[in-house]
Design a protein around this ligand. Structure first.
Ligand code: GUN
Length: 287
């Protein structure tokens, strides 16, 4: 039997629709327009695509979009000065500094300079700590999107065995915290994990976020398990450049109960959650 295909594209459109309704109401009833500032340093082509897409969708939901493009040669001090101005700007409720930054800058210095309450990426150490201790936090967008898909599919996740493959600060670690917060039994697997296949086979929920094309085969998946594929990897196939995830979709879809496709699964949820976080930041800042 084939897995149910989780339509992240449709779910994300629905989230953006609900954000747009809230934004319209905020404007009508309180004269408030949520604003998101996105800072891009340098010319990284993938980052340029993401930033353009973020700006477009921000405007589509009725928010104000502020784009700051800086030359790759800008100093860390100049970037910190811009972050300081955005922190102080009452029209800016969310700040996102696109990563990676040029090598001569410290990403942690820059992220730490962002007002934690405007940190819509959820990368600031205060938000990392708030999430880890179960306090109200800005939550990183990609894991938040995964959690929304899982809750929509299962309702309660309580008591489920979850395996997160990957331990990055952006996805793996916050994903594990979120699943723990929903009372899953969580295992975080990574490149040094022994018997990874056996670890993954125990899981009711598998979240793959390693950045290695198709590394999880179907025979690692427990029949009926839910597979969330965070990977976006470009590979050559039959002379064409195609996008594939971190799981081998064809074989995993034969065994899983539900699975996210790549593209059209987790990817669209990231920007939808960024907009939801910006709305949350705006509402919190206005009491
Ligand atoms: N670069 C790749 N993904 C992200 C993200 O989620 N946030 C930021 N700020 N930069 C990124």
């Amino acid at each position: 039997m084939g897995a149910r295909v989780i339509d992240g594209k449709a779910f994300a459109a629905d989230v953006r629709g609900r954000v747009a309704e809230h934004v319209a109401r905020l404007k009508e009833e309180h004269g408030i327009v949520p604003g998101l500032a996105v800072v891009l340093v340098g010319e990284d082509p993938a980052s340029q695509v993401y930033v353009r897409s973020k700006g477009k969708m921000t405007k589509e939901v009725g928010m104000a979009s502020f784009e700051h493009r800086l030359d790759a040669s800008v100093s860390e001090a100049e970037l910190l000065e811009l972050v300081g101005r955005l922190n102080a700007d009452p029209a800016v409720h969310g700040i996102l500094v696109q990563l990676p930054l040029p090598k001569h800058m410290s990403e942690s210095n820059v992220i730490t300079a962002i007002d934690p309450d405007k940190d819509v990426d959820g990368f600031h150490i205060f938000n990392v700590g708030r999430l880890a201790t179960g306090q109200k936090a800005m939550v990183p967008c990609t894991p938040l999107g995964c959690l929304m898909l899982l809750r929509d599919l299962h309702g309660s996740l309580s008591g489920m065995d979850a395996v997160v493959i990957g331990r990055s600060n952006i996805v793996g670690k916050p994903m594990a915290q979120l699943l723990l917060g929903d009372s899953c039994t969580v295992t975080v697997a990574h490149s040094r994990t022994k018997d990874l296949a056996d670890v993954v086979r125990r899981a009711d929920l598998v979240v793959a976020a390693v950045g290695r094309a198709e590394m999880v085969p179907g025979d690692w998946i427990k029949p009926g398990a839910t597979v969330i594929d965070v990977g976006i990897n470009r590979v050559e196939r039959d002379g064409k450049n195609v996008l594939v995830g971190d799981v081998d979709y064809a074989s995993c879809a034969e065994v899983a109960g539900a699975i996210t496709p790549v593209p059209g699964g987790v990817g669209p949820m990231t920007i939808a959650c960024l907009l939801a976080n910006t709305l949350t930041a705006c509402c919190r800042s206005n009491g």
